[in-house]
Design a protein around this ligand. Structure first.
Ligand SMILES: *[C@@H]1O[C@H](CO)[C@@H](O)[C@H](O)[C@H]1NC(C)=O
Ligand SMILES: *[C@@H]1O[C@H](CO)[C@@H](O)[C@H](O)[C@H]1NC(C)=O
Ligand SMILES: *[C@@H]1O[C@H](CO)[C@@H](O)[C@H](O)[C@H]1NC(C)=O
Length: 403
C-alpha cells in the first residue's frame, strides 16, 4: 500500500514540474483528472492490497527462493548467470600449497540444552523443518548450523582448527576432527548470552596467555566468530598482510552500529593477546554499566562501538570507505576490516545494495538466513564450486527463511 502512495506522489511531483515548463492549463486539468483517478483506484480498493500483500510478504520461506543477483554490471562485484558465477575468483588452494604460515584457530561460543521435556515437544512433526532430504528439530537445526560452520572451515582452511566455548551444563555432543570443546563456567541464559560471550572470550585469552608463558613457541592466531558464518576463502593472509595489528574487528558504514561483534581476530603473540584481553575487558565494563537494558542481541555491539567512538583520536569518517585501516585504541593496535569482505551479509529490508564483492571471504547468515546456510552447504557439496555457491547466496540472501 505504502509504496503505491509513494509512487503516485512521485508521479504527481514529476508531472507538476513538467507542467511549469509547458504551462498548458488544459493539459494540467486533464492530467489532474487522470491522477485523481489513479488515487481513487488506490484508495478505494485498499482491502484487495492488504489481503494478499503484507501477509504474503511476511511469510518466511520454507524452501530456497532465488531473486535477481544484485550488483550485475558493476566492476569488482560478482557477476552471475543464474547460479553460475562468471567470475571464478574462489579457487580452492591445494592443501600442499597452503602448508606454510601460521596456524589459525577459530573460536566460537555454542551451547545447547537438551532436557527430555524440550526434546519431546521439539520432535513433534509441526516443529520439524526439512532441508534437502533431512528433517530437523530445533536442536538438530542448531547442531546442523554448527556442523556446516565447521565444514566450511575445513574446506577452505584445512590446516586450521576449531574450539567451541560452551556451558559445562550444555548437552553438546560433537565429535569432529580438529574440533575441541572448551567448557567455561558462566551465566548462559538467553538474556545474558552476549555478555557471557565476552566473558568467555576473556577467560579463553587469559588461559592462552598462561599457556604461552609456559610454552612460548606454540603460537596460533585466533579468530572469534559467530557460528552462523561460512568462511569461503583463506583468512590466514590478514596476519601477514597487516603485520602490526594486535586485534581486528569488522566495520560497516552504519552510524548506530558501525561494528559487528561476529568476527574478532587476535594475533597469537603474548603482547597481542594481552592487548585484546584488556580491550575486551573495557567492552565488558561498558556493556555492564551502559547497555544492560539494551536488546539482548545488541549490547555487545553497542559497547564495542562506544569504546571505539569514545577514543578521542579516532576518526569516525574512516567507516565510510570499505577499506581496511589500522588505529590505536587504548593501547591496542586495532585493524578495522570492511564487513563487505570479511563479514558479508546482504542488507535487510528494501534498501539498495550493490551486490557481492569479488573478494568476499566470510558470509554471515544473520537473522532468518540459517536455512540458506544449510542449503548453501548442500549446494556446494554437489557443485564443488564456491563461486557458484556465492551466486546462490547473492540471489537468495534477502529472503526471510523459516529459521
Ligand atoms: C567478472 O566477469 C565479468 C563477466 O565475464 C567480466 O566482464 C569482468 O571483467 C570480471 N571481473 C573481473 C574482475 O575479473
Ligand atoms: C539425501 O540426499 C543425499 C544427497 O543428495 C543423498 O546422498 C542421500 O542418499 C539422500 N538420502 C536419502 C535417505 O534419500
Ligand atoms: C539430546 O538427547 C538425546 C537423548 O538423550 C541424544 O540422543 C542426543 O544426541 C542429544 N542431542 C544433543 C545435541 O546433545
Amino acid at each position: 500500500m505504502c509504496w503505491r502512495w509513494l509512487l503516485s506522489c512521485k508521479i504527481l511531483r514529476k508531472i507538476s514540474l513538467g507542467m511549469r515548463f509547458y504551462g498548458g492549463w488544459l493539459l494540467c486539468l486533464s492530467l489532474l483528472l487522470v491522477i485523481f483517478h489513479i488515487f481513487s483506484v488506490v484508495e478505494f480498493h485498499p482491502n484487495s492490497v492488504i489481503e494478499g500483500g503484507p501477509n504474503k510478504r511476511n511469510k518466511k520461506s520454507d524452501h530456497l527462493l532465488l531473486g535477481p543477483a544484485a550488483g550485475q554490471g558493476l566492476p569488482n562485484r560478482l557477476q552471475c548467470q543464474g547460479s553460475k558465477a562468471l567470475n571464478k575468483t574462489h579457487l580452492l588452494t591445494s592443501p600442499s600449497a597452503s602448508n606454510v604460515g601460521d596456524r589459525i584457530v577459530f573460536v566460537t561460543m555454542f551451547t545447547i540444552y537438551n532436557t527430555s521435556l524440550d526434546s519431546h515437544a521439539d520432535s513433534k512433526s509441526s516443529n520439524l523443518v526439512t532441508v534437502g532430504n533431512v528433517s530437523y528439530t530445533k536442536t538438530e537445526r542448531s547442531m546442523a548450523i554448527l556442523n556446516v560452520f565447521i565444514n566450511f572451515i575445513q574446506v577452505t582452511m584445512p590446516r586450521s582448527s576449531v574450539i567451541i566455548l560452551t556451558d559445562p551444563e550444555s548437552d553438546l555432543l560433537l565429535q569432529r576432527n580438529k574440533v575441541t570443546l572448551y567448557p567455561i563456567q558462566g551465566e548462559y541464559s538467553r538474556e545474558k548470552l552476549m555478555l557471557q560471550r565476552i566473558r568467555s572470550y576473556i577467560t579463553f585469552l587469559n588461559t592462552r596467555l598462561k599457556e604461552l608463558a609456559q610454552n612460548p613457541r606454540h603460537t596460533s592466531h585466533y579468530i572469534f566468530t559467530d557460528s552462523d558464518i561460512a568462511v569461503v576463502d583463506d583468512l590466514e593472509h590478514i596476519f601477514q598482510k597487516f603485520p602490526k595489528f594486535h586485534m581486528a574487528l569488522t566495520f560497516r558504514n552504519n552510524k548506530e552500529q558501525p561494528l559487528n561483534s561476529g568476527f574478532i581476530a587476535v594475533r597469537g603473540t603474548p603482547k597481542s593477546i594481552l592487548r585484546a584481553k584488556i580491550f575486551l575487558q573495557e567492552v565488558l565494563e561498558v556493556y555492564t554499566s551502559k547497555y544492560m537494558s539494551a536488546s539482548r542481541m545488541l549490547g555487545d555491539q553497542l559497547a564495542l562501538a562506544w569504546v571505539i567512538k569514545s577514543d578521542p583520536n579516532f576518526d569516525l569518517r574512516r567507516f565510510s570507505k570499505a577499506r581496511a585501516f589500522l588505529a590505536e585504541i587504548g593501547g591496542a593496535s586495532v585493524l578495522f576490516l570492511p564487513c563487505a569482505t570479511y563479514n558479508w551479509t546482504p542488507p535487510e529490508g528494501a534498501g539498495q545494495f550493490r551486490g557481492m564483492p569479488l573478494d568476499v571471504k566470510v558470509v554471515h547468515f544473520k537473522g532468518s538466513r540459517k536455512r540458506l546456510m544449510l542449503e548453501s552447504w548442500n549446494f556446494f557439496s554437489s557443485a564443488s564450486d564456491i563461486s557458484d555457491m556465492l551466486c546462490l547466496i547473492l540471489m537468495s540472501g534477502r529472503t526471510k527463511y523459516d529459521f
